[in-house]
Write a protein that binds this ligand. Structure first.
Ligand code: ADP
Length: 197
């Protein structure tokens, strides 16, 4: 079974992903893959250098993320070029990791940009973690971000309504971690176990 898990930054998506892993799911982490596919020596990094020049490399040949971020931040065409390189690589690697999971596994794809990249239809079940913006900002500040940075990141992501529109199940994480865990238990018992037959 393929589950897609998403939520805005600070919503609690990683927390849900860990809870699902505890229950036996194999988690495929798109953020992690997005870093792996542009490591030095990868075709991904070569394509980025071809598109943007060697100015996006650090002196030791790794991807200079701040330099690349500055390039694409104000240039939508450059952003599309970058996404066109990275997103297909992430999807392909995600599929590969999924195929490597034992037969009958519950595979959870943890995809921050699931809504933004229009992938909802490719999953058997889409879980969306929601928490209101103020709660998310407070949590991100506790994690070390400035409130301004947290708000800026939230502002460029999909909205809660856009996420709700693709959700099979919404997990409400405005409450305590225990309340979140109860909802994950319910989804596991009512939507995952029955689907495994
Ligand atoms: P995301 O992966 O969506 O960015 P995280 O799961 O990392 O979000 O959660 C953001 C921060 O909020 C983390 O520091 C996490 O420990 C904390 N957190 C998550 N859920 C709750 C909750 N229900 N109550 C308090 N803090 C929480």
């Amino acid at each position: 079974m393929r589950i897609g898990l998403t939520g805005g930054i600070g919503s609690g998506k990683s927390t849900v992903s860990a809870l699902l892993a505890e229950r036996g799911a194999v988690v495929v982490d798109a953020d992690r893959i997005a870093r792996d596919v542009v490591e030095p020596g990868t075709p991904g990094l070569a394509s980025i250098v071809e598109a943007f020049g060697s100015g996006v490399l650090t002196p030791d040949g790794a991807l200079d993320r701040p330099a690349l971020a500055a390039l694409v931040f104000t240039d939508p065409a450059a952003r599309r070029t970058l996404d066109g390189i990275v997103h297909p690589l992430v999807r392909a690697r995600g599929r590969e990791l999924e195929s490597a999971a034992p037969p009958g596994s519950v595979v959870v794809h943890d995809v921050p940009l699931l809504v933004e990249t229009g992938q909802a239809a490719s999953y058997d079940l889409v879980l969306v973690v929601l928490a209101d913006v103020e709660t998310r900002v407070a949590r991100l500040v506790r994690r070390g971000l400035t409130a301004e940075d947290a708000r800026a990141r939230i502002a460029v992501q999909a909205t809660d309504d856009e996420r709700r529109a693709v959700a099979d199940v919404v997990l409400d994480n405005t409450g305590t971690p225990e309340q979140l865990a109860e909802q994950v238990d319910r989804v596991w018992a009512e939507r995952v176990i029955p689907a495994l037959g």
